[in-house]
Design a protein around this ligand. Structure first.
Ligand SMILES: Nc1ncnc2c1ncn2[C@@H]1O[C@H](COP(=O)(O)OP(=O)(O)OP(=O)(O)O)[C@@H](O)[C@H]1O
Ligand SMILES: [Mg+2]
Length: 217
């Protein structure tokens, strides 16, 4: 398999804080590796050197200093770098990409959470498409659940909370609405999964769906 150019799969995990994206992304990474496939795990923001600097600004800056449009543009700048330097070249050389957060989070957080979708919806879509270099995942797994329960998982973490994690519960409920709205608008790609299921149960469902897509490639 190593010398052969495989048809790559582009998988995206989306969901709120503590929904299990990273857990499932890593389980899928292991499964695809186990099949002998070339695969990378990639997350955002901050997967490039410059993007890492942008991430620091985004996650640690004083919230009241950054307006929603600026926040959106910073995420998109990071994404543009990430697609140019990591995702696009990998997909072009036949490597599977497992992406932990992408535009789904931007539209949920900046679009719905911060309300930008109402005033700048078209601009958001156009900028995001350009940042993605027109690339789009084969499938988007949205790990959905009551934020109150999911945030409890994150609260157990000892590391310092990011400014997003400290946002009020009402904001997280708004994000959930944002994710659900996107999933409803693109049923072909979005798969809603109950995030409160056991990790191995979720993994099996995800793997089944991914295997189906691989067979069709
Ligand atoms: N299905 C699950 N059931 C119970 N606990 C889980 C499940 N999936 C993940 N966890 C636990 O919940 C915590 C958060 O999981 P994880 O880091 O995968 O979430 P995340 O969506 O990547 O969060 P973030 O948005 O903060 O990056 C971890 O401690 C993880 O072990
Ligand atoms: Mg994570």
């Amino acid at each position: 398999m190593a010398w052969q150019k495989q048809k790559p799969i582009f998988v995206l995990f989306e969901g709120g804080e503590g929904s299990g994206k990273t857990t499932q992304a890593h389980l899928l990474y292991g499964a695809l590796k186990g099949m002998g496939r070339r695969v990378i795990y990639n997350d955002e923001p901050g997967s490039t050197d410059t993007g890492f600097k942008i991430r620091t600004v985004l996650l640690e800056a004083e919230r009241n200093e950054i307006d929603p449009l600026t926040e959106f543009l910073l995420f998109e700048a990071d994404r543009s770098l990430d697609f140019n330097l990591n995702i696009k070249p990998r997909l072009e050389n036949g490597t599977d990409v497992i992406q932990d957060r992408c535009f789904g989070s931007t539209f949920a957080y900046q679009g719905y959470g911060r309300g930008l979708i109402k005033t700048h919806g078209l601009l958001m879509k156009a900028v995001d498409k350009a940042s993605r270099k027109n690339l789009y995942p084969d499938v988007i797994f949205f790990l959905d659940g009551d934020p109150k329960k999911l945030l409890q998982r994150v609260e157990k973490r000892s590391k310092k909370k990011t400014s997003f994690e400290m946002e009020k519960l009402a904001f997280h409920n708004l994000l959930r609405k944002g994710f659900i709205a996107q999933a409803r608008q693109d049923k072909k790609h979005w798969v809603i999964l109950d995030a409160l299921q056991q990790p191995h149960v979720l993994h099996e469902k995800i793997l089944r769906r991914v295997s189906k897509i691989l067979k069709l490639k």
